[in-house]
Ligand binder design. Structure first.
Ligand SMILES: NC(=O)N[C@@H](CC(=O)O)C(=O)O
Ligand SMILES: [Zn+2]
Ligand SMILES: [Zn+2]
Length: 429
């Protein structure tokens, strides 16, 4: 177990500054100084960061761990190892499991398993309604008491305005967010790709942008009326960006996230029938993608979350028409974003850390995460910003290898991840 990190670079007022970090046996940071003496530390407990970037542990507000129900895709163990490999020390897991944890006994079991079986800090969202698709709300107060950090039917939009309205009233009273997968099924029409160039080219049914934005518009009005914290998952369209921008200006309590793949890919890049490009929401047009960058820049979009969605190789080897929606993201998010948004893009490392650490901690009220200060838990990720590395499926800890980013060359791979001072991932030299 390390107790002192020497020679790291940490962000201070948006600039990288060389600092050492010491922490105690309880995993609490005891000192952050420019040159901490090593004499109090056994040689074996010192980690030489060699000038690499020492970040507060990343926070992923949107992962699918598939356990129970789909453990051929992922388990709590493999999913959390994937998270820490990517530098994420805290994650929030989605409840689209089998059985859906919509009764309090199953939910408590899941919260206990998250605590004992995962190597990350693993928080849990509760369902909004029974089975994620029924109209009857779960017993929301009991789920809050059991540790739910929010309510979501992710994978399914809430189809009925009245159901969403009632859920928002209750969530508001409980001071927890409604976390919305927005998708009006009456507008989806069996689509599998964005209703645009690629769907036409490959002669596949399209998913129109209004299937997302129409429900966002409805929900913003319901959020305005109820005062709830309304958080939108994985936004993908320019219309959604515009709606959220206006709602924020109006003072509606709305926040939203974007996934790395919606920032880095668009449907002009889908040239063959390759299900690695199939996810929900779908990759939209270049104009949509540009609006997501603009949304990050002006604060309309609050956080980046991976929507890590593992599936089996056999499932994703099928055609786009047949394969399930979703790609993995935990292990590639930081390096892809650092390479494309910071090194080759207009953003700063400090902005990226805001979207991956500072803002998600605040937004989901994760009190023990998001900081590197004396007294805080030593949730730390160290990234190598210098050495180019090729993304390889064989390096993944996840059971899922379903990503179109295999083969990409990136900067920013993870060197070491500490969760509460304990080594959760270490790169082999
Ligand atoms: N994003 C996806 O394409 N798939 C997710 C569900 C979801 O996040 O809506 C999944 O659970 O596989
Ligand atoms: Zn979703
Ligand atoms: Zn999801």
């Amino acid at each position: 177990m390390y107790r002192l990190i020497k020679n790291g670079q940490i962000l201070v007022d948006s600039k990288l500054v060389q600092q050492d970090i010491a922490f105690d046996e309880n995993g609490l940071i005891t000192a952050i100084e420019s040159n901490i003496s090593t004499t109090d530390y056994e040689p074996a407990t010192i980690f030489d960061a060699q000038g690499h970037f020492v970040s507060p542990g990343l926070i992923d507000g949107h992962v699918h761990f598939r356990d129970p129900g789909f453990t051929d895709k992922e388990t709590l163990v493999t999913g959390s190892h994937a998270a820490v490999h990517g530098g994420f020390t805290s994650v929030i897991a989605m409840p689209n499991l089998n059985p859906v944890p919509d009764n309090i006994a199953d939910f408590k079991t899941l919260v206990d398993r998250n605590a004992t079986e995962t190597v990350s800090h693993t928080y849990q969202f509760a369902p909004i309604t029974n089975g994620l698709t029924e109209e009857e709300l779960v017993e929301m107060p009991a789920f809050k008491a059991a540790g739910a950090v929010g309510f979501t039917n992710d994978g399914h939009g809430v189809q009925t305005a009245q159901t969403m309205y009632l859920a928002m009233q209750q969530a508001q009273a409980l001071d927890l967010p409604i976390v919305a997968h927005v998708e009006d099924m009456s507008l989806v029409n069996g689509g599998v790709l964005h209703d645009g160039a690629a769907a036409k080219r490959l002669n596949l049914p399209g998913i129109p942008s209004v299937s997302e934005s129409a429900q966002v518009a409805r929900d913003i009005e319901l959020a305005r009326a109820t005062g709830v914290h309304y958080h939108i998952c994985h936004i993908s369209t320019k219309e959604t960006v515009a709606l959220v921008r206006r709602a924020k200006a109006d003072g509606v309590n709305v926040t939203c996230e974007v996934s790395p793949h919606h920032l880095l890919l668009d449907d002009s890049m889908i040239t063959t029938d390759n299900a690695m490009f199939k996810m929900n929401p779908p990759l939209r047009s270049l104009a949509d993608r540009q609006s997501l960058w603009a949304g990050l820049l002006d604060g309309t979009i609050d956080i980046v979350a991976t929507d890590h969605a593992p599936h089996t190789a056999a499932e994703k080897a099928q055609s786009i028409q047949k394969a399930p929606f979703g790609i993995v993201g935990s292990e590639t998010a930081f390096s892809l974003l650092y390479t494309n948004l910071v090194v080759n893009g207009p953003f700063s490392l400090s902005q990226l850390i805001d979207w991956l650490v500072v803002n998600p901690a605040q937004l989901f009220n994760l009190k023990q995460a998001g900081q590197l200060n004396v007294g805080d838990l030593a949730d730390i990720a160290i990234f190598d910003l210098e050495t180019p590395t090729t993304i390889q499926a064989t390096d993944f800890q996840s059971k899922g290898r379903n990503t179109p980013f295999i083969g990409a060359t990136v900067l920013g791979t993870t060197v070491l991840t500490l969760v509460a001072g304990q080594t959760a991932y270490q790169r082999s030299e």
